[in-house]
Structure formats: structure tokens, C-alpha cells
Design a protein around this ligand. Structure first.
Ligand code: ZN
Length: 690
């Protein structure tokens, strides 16, 4: 009897869904199905791994790697649905399940990665790895071996026991961080009684603020908070006091000394990560985290980051002088404040580039951006076709399901689109999956893309800002990485590449948003059907390079905070919750980034990527990937822009290969030479002014 048989067969997770591509049967899934499926799934995988260990046959990829990669099917089904829902549609019930299941999952994973019998088999195979000819198989073996070593498989039992405790506590702390941040952000939504004080904000955002207030039973308007420090509404709000209030609400998240304060959580996380790194033989968590990345060394990361500070700050100071003059011209005295920057920068951008979002937005209607922009680019480059399947249900009414076909008419997989913000949804934008492509498992990809767009008023179209357009193209780049995956092993599928390369394909996909030939197709007025005027087209494109000094400083602040928290050593006294603010200022000052008017993109207390998600010591990845991205963008343009030939090359060498190849080698194959830094400097306006 297998443990899996203990799961009630009416539980929708009990077997693979018979919907197309194994789409989860969302309409049949109830909260009470999760815990039994999790328990049965962990038991089943434990039994499957035990069978691999007990197997008497000689070690080979077929007797070790294949069964290992095939294990945990039930656990995979339930986990993917559960964690996608907990990110996008959280409920009190799911929250309780998450609290209960997280420690179990951590212990379960630890038991596998620290299994002595399994490690012996992997090590035996690893010792003879040069005999394996297939590159993907060899890389999978190296990945499993490194992962087990990095998880403590080679440590003495006492250290392993401590490691398990640390991992369990860290899993709990990350969940606490996310939960407290979400609660504090909801609590800090800015209440504005008088609609006149929202002057400057586009009508649909005013309507969204009104709807947000109504949904919480308060009068007037409620400005809800987005994840980054600088809230999008700061570009538009004319009333300086409202701007100030919104900004202060944003930066106060998680540091008000209330029950949602995230400082005790994050300082404990930093200390535990340092301790874990020391157990595993690393100087710091950053050293540990970077070792299996393409950067390999903390020094390489710091070299990239600190090398950008000088040019970025210089560029920012030039902009600051100009923006301060505008503040004074508006009758205010004194310094430009952080809540002023986005507002006056937007004015400059509007004048210089005719970037008036109020009249631009009707040209960026979601459906056209999607079909004539994002989908059209994927068709032009990779020959993909997207067909909406109204017969297939997503996990929310407003989630759409698309079937994707290749040129030949073969079905490739599914894409679920979840565009809108909900109180129960976490902030930001992301791609995730309900199933990963794998030839071994005969599985096609089922991918989901999430944004946090405001709901338009009933019956009105969804109009995007340029930033939202960029984000949609970006996340769709991750979608394509998952969708075009063509590998044997699920552990190497699609976005399963070193983290510091994972942003590369998504950043490359952003470039298509601003290609004139595509803009002419998708930027069409939703009422008149007229394309964006040619003059505006040029401005939209050149506006993309304005404000890069600010954006780089903001980004570097976040990267360096992340590095500082994770370069702490276990033998140093830990940072206390009371010292968080001082620690942040010291880090920024040390690197010359203590500019009063420009805060880091995320403050520590609401830095969800590193304390609530998987980017600890890895936020630099965005800039690291961008080096590759800027160079590749140049390559695409030299190849004549949007065409099937260059798309096919990029797909064959890179997108389809997932973690099955060395990413740097794959980039070199596309470019025909190693990547260079100059295209990034040029794009970000950081080359010296001549
Ligand atoms: Zn991304």
C-alpha cells in the first residue's frame, strides 16, 4: 500500500487533473482539500525517495536521477495551487493552513536534502560525472549534489539538527514578515476625505480610491499602498500635503512599533541566515547565496554595484537641481523632499517628452496592449498564437485562461492572466506556474502572470500607465521563459536558472514595448481607434531614458541594503530591532547613497523580496541580468528588430534550455562574444557627459 492511497479519491489533488494540460480543477478545490493532500503528498514523496535509496541496482542517471525527478507529483500539484492562491487570493483559512504546513514542508525538504543514503548515491554518481555525456543530465547531477551539500548533507548530525531548526524558524519568519507587511500596508492606506485634494490623479485612479474606501466602509477616498517606496500616485498628486502623507505611509510600513512591526522578524532572519552560513562553511549569507550563482563571488557583485554609484549620483544631482527650481517656482521654499521628486520629474518628462499620462493613457488599453503588443511580439519572434479558452476556469472570476500554439499548430501550454489588485493579493507583479514543462514527465507548462492594476469603474476599459505597460512586458518575458522551455528534467525547466540570470529574459522582453513598429500596432486610442500620434511615439520612446539616475540610485540603495544585511557575520553582535534605522543610514552613507531626497526602492521593513521571498542577498540580480539584457537588446536591434530568425536563435540557445546549460555560455552563443558593460551604462545615461 502506498501512502498516497490514504488520500480520499474525491480529493481533487488525488490524481493528475484531466483538464487540458493538467490545469488544476479550481471549481472543485475547497480549502479542506489542502492539508490532507499536503500530508499524503509528503508521505508519498518520502516513500519514493526511500525506494531510490533502497534500490540495489548500480547507480546511474536512470536509477537515481529519473526517479528522483519523478517523485513528489502529488505534493507538487497541491503546493503549486496552494502557494499561487496564498499569493493571489489569500483567505483566513489559507493563512491558517500556511502556518500549519510551512514547518512541515521545510522539515520534509530537509529530510530529503540531508538524507545520508541519498547523498551517498548522488556522491557516487557525482564522482564519475565526467562520464555523463549529456550536458543537461550532468548539470542536473551537479545541481542535486551542490544543493545537498549546501543543505548540510555533508555535515555532522549535531550541525544538521541545528540547521533543521534554523530552516524551520526561517520559513516561519518569512511567512510572518509577509503577513505583517500586508496587514500594515492595508492599515496605512491613506484616507482622503475631500476629493478636491486628489487633484492631478487620473479619473480612474480616483474612482479606484473611492471604491477602495467603499469596500472598507469609510467615506471619501483611500489611497492603497504599492510595494516600492515611491508610490505611483506621487507622480500625479498636486497637493503637497497629500503627497507627503502618502510617502510617509509608504516608508513607515513595518516600523511603527505596533503588532505588525517587521523589525523583530527581519533582524532575527539576518542573524539566523548568518548562523546558517557559518555552519555551512561560509563567511556570510551573502557568500553562501552568491556561490552557486553566475556571479560566484560577493566581490564581483560589490564591484558592479559600487562602480555604478558615482555616475548614478552625479546624474541624479543634475536632475535634483532642476527639480528644486520647479519646487521653488511653485512657491515653496527649502529643499526638494522625497515626496516631491516623482511629481516634478513627471512634469519635466511631460514637457520635454510630451509625456502627459492623462492624455496618453487612453492609448494603452489593456486588451490592445496584450493582443497587439505582448502577444504580437511573441508571435513575431517565436511564432506563438494565443487563443482564449472561456471554457476553462481560473481560480478567480477575473482570471482568464489562454491556450498557446506554436507555428505548426501544436499546443504548447496554458497561460493564466491575473491583472488586477485585490486586498487578498500581495503587492508587485510576478510570474509563477501551476505545472512546469518536462519531457521526462510528459508535462506541458501551465503559467500564471500577475499584476496589480487598479480595477477600472464598471464598464470602463483598463488603461495602463507606461510603467504598467513595461511591467506587463517584463512579466511576460518570464512567462515565455517557462512556456518555451524544452528540457527533460522538471528541476531545470524554464526559469529554473541561477537567480542572478532569471531576470535576463524578462528584461529583454521589455524592449519590445518601445519598438516603434509594435507601438504603432498596440498603442491605439480605445475610443477613436486612432494610433498614437507619431510625435508622441518618439517622446514615449525617448522618455524611457529620462530619470535613469534616480532609478539607478534607488535600485543601488536597495541592492546595497540587501548585501549589507546578508554580509553580516555570525561572530558579529546581531543588529537589534531598535538599530534597524541607524544600520540603514550607515550602509547608505558608507556608499555615498545617503541622499535625503532619494530613498532606496525598498526600505528594510518592507523589502518583501529579501525578507518575505527568495531574493535574500540576490536583489543585485536585477542589475546583473541587466548587463546581459542591455547587450542582448543591442544584438536584437542589429539583427533588424522583431523577426522570427533572431527570435528562433534566442529561443534555441537560451529560452528553451532553462537550467540545462550554463547561462553565460548560452548568452555568448547568442551574441557571438562575451557580454560587455557599456550598453548598460549607455542605456542608464551613466556614461560621462562629453
Ligand atoms: Zn522579473
Amino acid at each position: 500500500m502506498t501512502p498516497q492511497s490514504s488520500l480520499d479519491p474525491v480529493n481533487p489533488f488525488a490524481r493528475k487533473s484531466d483538464l487540458p494540460y493538467g490545469l488544476p480543477p479550481f471549481t472543485r478545490i475547497r480549502e479542506e482539500h489542502f492539508l490532507p493532500a499536503f500530508r499524503a503528498g509528503m508521505a508519498a514523496q518520502a516513500a519514493e525517495v526511500a525506494a531510490v535509496v533502497a534500490d540495489q541496482r548500480a547507480v546511474s542517471p536512470a536509477t537515481v536521477l529519473d526517479p528522483l525527478e519523478s517523485s513528489g507529483a502529488l505534493l507538487g500539484r497541491v503546493s503549486r495551487v496552494f502557494f499561487n492562491l496564498s499569493a493571489a487570493s489569500m483567505t483566513e483559512g489559507l493563512r491558517q493552513i500556511e502556518d500549519e504546513v510551512n514547518p512541515l514542508l521545510t522539515a520534509h525538504r530537509d529530510a530529503i536534502t540531508m538524507d545520508a543514503g541519498l547523498f551517498a548515491k548522488i556522491s557516487a554518481l557525482y564522482a564519475d560525472r565526467d562520464a555523463i555525456e549529456d550536458e543537461e543530465t550532468r548539470r542536473l547531477l551537479e545541481r542535486h549534489h551542490d544543493e545537498m551539500v549546501r543543505s548540510g548533507a555533508a555535515l555532522p548530525a549535531a550541525d544538521q539538527a541545528r540547521l533543521r531548526e534554523i530552516n524551520a524558524e526561517l520559513a516561519q519568519l518569512a511567512a510572518t514578515f509577509r503577513e505583517n507587511l500586508r496587514a500594515d500596508a492595508n492599515d496605512l492606506a491613506v484616507h482622503v476625505e475631500d476629493g478636491a485634494r486628489l487633484e492631478g490623479l487620473p479619473n480612474d485612479e480616483i474612482a479606484a480610491a473611492k471604491a477602495a474606501a467603499q469596500s472598507r466602509g469609510v467615506r471619501g477616498y483611500l489611497l492603497t499602498l504599492r510595494l516600492p517606496t515611491v508610490q505611483p500616485a506621487l507622480t500625479a498628486l498636486k497637493d503637497r500635503q497629500v503627497r507627503r502623507g502618502l510617502y510617509l505611509a509608504s516608508v513607515t510600513r513595518g516600523r511603527r512599533g505596533n503588532v505588525y512591526d517587521t523589525r523583530p522578524t527581519l533582524t532575527r532572519q539576518a542573524a539566523l541566515r548568518a548562523e546558517r552560513a557559518r555552519l555551512l562553511g561560509f563567511d556570510s549569507h551573502a557568500d553562501y547565496a552568491v556561490a552557486d550563482q553566475t556571479a560566484k563571488q560577493v566581490d564581483s557583485v560589490m564591484q558592479l554595484l559600487t562602480g555604478l554609484v558615482g555616475p548614478a549620483v552625479e546624474n541624479t544631482r543634475r536632475d535634483q537641481a532642476e527639480l528644486t527650481a520647479r519646487l521653488h517656482a511653485d512657491g515653496f521654499e527649502g529643499e526638494l523632499q522625497p515626496w516631491d521628486w516623482a511629481y516634478y520629474a513627471e512634469q519635466v518628462a511631460q514637457e520635454r517628452f510630451a509625456r502627459d499620462s492623462a492624455w496618453l493613457r487612453p492609448y494603452f488599453e489593456l486588451d490592445s496592449v496584450l493582443r497587439n503588443g505582448i502577444f504580437a511580439a511573441a508571435e513575431g519572434l517565436y511564432g506563438l498564437h494565443f487563443v482564449r479558452r472561456d471554457d476553462l476556469a481560473g481560480y478567480e472570476e477575473e482570471v482568464d485562461v489562454y491556450e498557446v500554439f506554436s507555428d505548426s499548430g501544436a499546443g504548447l501550454g496554458l497561460v493564466l492572466t491575473d491583472w488586477y489588485t485585490r486586498d487578498a493579493k500581495r503587492g508587485g507583479a510576478w510570474m509563477s506556474s501551476f505545472a512546469d514543462q518536462s519531457r521526462l514527465l510528459g508535462q506541458a507548462p501551465v503559467i500564471v502572470i500577475n499584476l496589480n492594476l487598479s480595477h477600472p469603474p464598471t464598464g470602463a476599459p483598463t488603461l495602463l500607465t507606461l510603467d504598467e505597460v513595461r511591467t506587463a512586458f517584463h512579466e511576460f518575458g518570464h512567462v515565455l521563459h517557462g512556456l518555451l522551455s524544452d528540457v527533460r528534467y522538471p528541476a531545470l525547466s524554464g526559469t529554473e536558472v541561477p537567480r542572478d540570470c532569471v531576470e535576463f529574459p524578462s528584461q529583454v522582453n521589455e524592449m519590445w514595448a518601445w519598438q516603434p513598429e509594435l507601438l504603432r500596432r498596440y498603442a491605439v486610442h480605445h475610443e477613436t481607434g486612432k494610433p498614437l500620434p507619431e510625435s508622441a511615439l518618439d517622446s514615449v520612446i525617448s522618455a524611457q531614458s529620462y530619470g535613469q539616475g534616480f532609478a539607478t540610485v534607488e535600485m543601488l540603495g536597495a541592492c546595497l541594503l540587501d548585501q549589507a544585511w546578508h554580509q553580516l557575520r555570525a561572530d558579529q553582535p546581531p543588529i537589534t530591532p531598535e538599530q534597524v534605522e541607524e544600520f540603514e543610514w550607515q550602509v547608505l552613507a558608507r556608499h555615498g547613497l545617503d541622499l535625503p531626497a532619494v530613498a532606496p526602492r525598498y526600505g528594510s521593513t518592507y523589502f518583501e523580496h529579501i525578507f518575505g521571498g527568495g531574493y535574500s542577498a540576490g536583489y543585485y540580480s536585477y542589475l546583473w541580468s541587466e548587463v546581459l539584457d542591455a547587450d542582448t537588446e543591442e544584438w536584437f536591434l542589429r539583427q533588424g528588430g522583431l523577426n522570427r530568425r533572431s527570435g528562433q536563435k534566442f529561443r534555441d540557445e537560451l529560452l528553451s534550455r532553462g537550467g540545462g546549460v550554463d547561462p553565460m555560455a548560452a548568452v555568448e552563443k547568442v551574441l557571438g562574444r562575451p557580454p560587455r558593460l557599456e550598453p548598460l551604462l549607455e542605456r542608464r545615461g551613466l556614461l560621462p557627459v562629453e
